[in-house]
Design a protein around this ligand. Structure first.
Ligand SMILES: [Cu+2]
Length: 118
């Protein structure tokens, strides 16, 4: 499955790179740290998350949120009690992301919008 995901991501990047127009690109739902190609559609949000106690919890949050359409990158920290998410606001909303974290069993507190990724 991971190979399929990577393939899909590569295809999506190629698609974006070769086209660059406003026609809706296919979703790259995997982690993608450094795509300035899509910088104009990446929003960044930070949630306070209570209830994570170890790396396993962090991984659960990362995996669950990463399954949503339009998620570019997810990081989570049980020591900082937060999760930082880069996403395409045209495909997924902050509320949907918060709901997924809550459904995974964690308490979502305040959120902070950050400047878009460059
Ligand atoms: Cu844990």
């Amino acid at each position: 499955m991971k190979i399929m995901r990577n393939l899909f991501l590569i295809l999506a990047i190629l698609f974006l790179g070769s086209c660059g127009s406003s026609s809706s690109p296919k979703n790259a739902d995997s982690t993608n740290n450094s795509s300035d190609i899509s910088a104009n559609i990446v929003s960044v949000i930070e949630f306070e998350v209570e209830g994570m106690t170890c790396e396993g919890c962090e991984n659960t949050v990362k995996r669950k949120v990463g399954e949503l359409e339009g998620i570019t990158e997810v990081s989570a920290s049980h020591t900082n009690k937060n999760a930082l998410i880069k996403y395409n606001a045209e495909k997924v909303s902050a509320d949907e992301i918060a709901a997924v974290i809550a459904n995974a069993g964690y308490k979502v507190g305040k959120h902070t919008d950050h400047a878009p990724a460059e």
